[in-house]
Design a protein around this ligand. Structure first.
Ligand SMILES: [Zn+2]
Length: 160
């Protein structure tokens, strides 16, 4: 168990997929920006859809532009405790990213993502004397920066 985060690509919407989906009338993009399939429609062939999706573009098997394991439960708890010492500087991170180490199925929209940018700037000045802990903080900082950059580029949420 742990905390994963991703931003989905926009290859399907931009017409940059290698070939059209097998049943395009059953394909849609959900609020998280993920290409989805109306699997319960009459005649829907889920296997054909997922086969197409995994090969549709150069990104992850379900269209992840970028995806990271932010940490296991212990690592997220460590980061939460560390940042709680300056809670006012990290309100979005603490309430919507690392509130726990297992949330999934929720997302962070573009407005919240704009608020995250100064929080990641503040994170750059957070250090630990322990080199391993410090590297953990730096990795989290790099991952969050990558997720934010990708989300702003394709104008899609960060999905957990
Ligand atoms: Zn793609």
């Amino acid at each position: 168990m742990g905390l994963d985060a991703a931003v989905y690509c926009d290859c399907y919407e931009k017409g940059r997929v290698r070939k059209p989906p097998p049943q395009p009338e059953l394909v849609y993009v959900d609020a998280n920006g993920q290409v989805c399939f109306k699997w319960d429609a009459a005649g829907a062939d889920q296997n054909a859809f997922y086969g197409w999706l995994s090969e549709a573009c150069d990104h992850g098997p379900t269209g992840e532009l970028i995806s990271y394991r932010l940490g296991n439960v212990a690592r997220i708890a460590f980061l939460r405790e560390l940042l709680s010492a300056s809670a006012a500087q990290f309100s979005v991170l603490l309430s919507k990213v690392i509130q726990d180490g297992t949330h999934a199925g929720d997302s962070l929209g573009l407005v919240d993502i704009e608020h995250l940018i100064p929080e990641i700037d503040c994170l750059r000045s957070v250090h630990s004397r322990d080199p391993l802990d410090d590297e953990m903080i730096r990795q989290f900082e790099r991952q969050m920066s990558g997720l934010i950059e990708a989300a702003r580029r394709v104008k899609k949420p960060i999905v957990f």
